[in-house]
Design a protein around this ligand. Sequence first.
Ligand SMILES: *Cc1c(COP(=O)(O)O)cnc(C)c1O
Length: 422
Amino acid sequence: MVSEYPPSIDQLARSLKDTGLPHPLLVDAARLAISEGNSEDFEKRARNIAESMASNLLTDVINATGVLLHTNMGRAPVDVSTSSTRYTNLELDLLTGDRGSRQDRAPQLLAKACGAEAAMVVNNCASAVMLVLAALAGGESVAVSRGELVEIGGGFRIPEVITQSGAKLVEVGTTNRTRVKDFAKAVNKENVVLNLSVHQSNYRIEGFTESVKISELAELDVPVVADIGSGLLDAACPWLESGPPAWLRNEPAARQTLEAGADLVTFSGDKLLGGPQVGVIAGKADLVKACSSHPLARALRPGGLVLNSLEKIALSYLDRDGNAIPFWRMATLPIDELRSRAEEINPLWVADTFSTPGGGTLPGVEIPSVGLVVPGDYSESLRLNDPPVICRVVDNSTICDLRTVHPNDDGVVGAALEAAVS
Ligand SMILES: *Cc1c(COP(=O)(O)O)cnc(C)c1O
């Protein structure tokens, strides 16, 4: 109990020790509570502040939004297994005892899974695009269709990325129609050394449109780089027993884009690949080598934890085991299975709903799903549950979509919803 009025900051901080936060943070909480003044109960107020600090630390949450790749929740859920007591062979070749490369494992496994000669991994797709441009076109000109000078959320704008890479942008064609001869002219007349094709990802131009195929670009004399963004490895989805789901539509895939003639593809690890946040550069070995020997490569390299998690995903692809990849397992869950899980929780709450891929991929795509629906907005009380349950609110109804919830968490979601409504 703190008896003085106002209490000493140090004493107040010490009284909050049981929250588990380090002392300097408790001092901040105590100082804030006292600086707010006129509180009858500083201890209660300071405890409140400390508890909200603790609950805002990085923690597991249950995603009941039905958005499979939710940027606010780290896009794809992934598995990392490490020992806290041992080291790893991150850059050690165990056969020879020599120094190895962190790029020798997961990236090469992914290259194999998409039919590329070689691959390397950086922090995200934005850095992959920047590194490719810096390494292959730094100080030179890059041609991009005016229809593909896109912004992909969070400040990734193609013209700005090109500027940052040190390359010069040559815009070709028009917003709605670009032809291969526009690129040919840029290559011949404007000394363009690389043609860049960018997947429009999160928007569509419809109507009177025309765009250039990778196979057409491949006929020209300079390398073609395709930023496909989402990281679908193979349009045939050999890791799914039932083949490609209908909602994948015309999403570009790494294997087919390379087969069509792209020299390099770049894509994210945490979109349709279903892995951790990385950017993959895959394709011709000499071009990948040029990227990996550029000075920026060191600045953009991922850490061992990320490569650990990516390696598991890559092995699952090579095993054709989509069920071992949480994103694909959830994305392809049959409706009947979701319905019986929902009925098990509470038959009165079962309702049809739609999940979405999210992550800026496949705009407009809806995947039929089943969830728990109750009238009223209970999002706050679910969010403050331990563990937090993140739901969707539509027309003042709370929806918990079970597609993005692991079956082990069904009970938690049911209990949290029960507690919220009663
Ligand atoms: C999402 C996306 C990016 C950015 O990827 P991050 O991994 O989030 O950096 C770049 N290009 C395309 C085409 C994308 O769809």
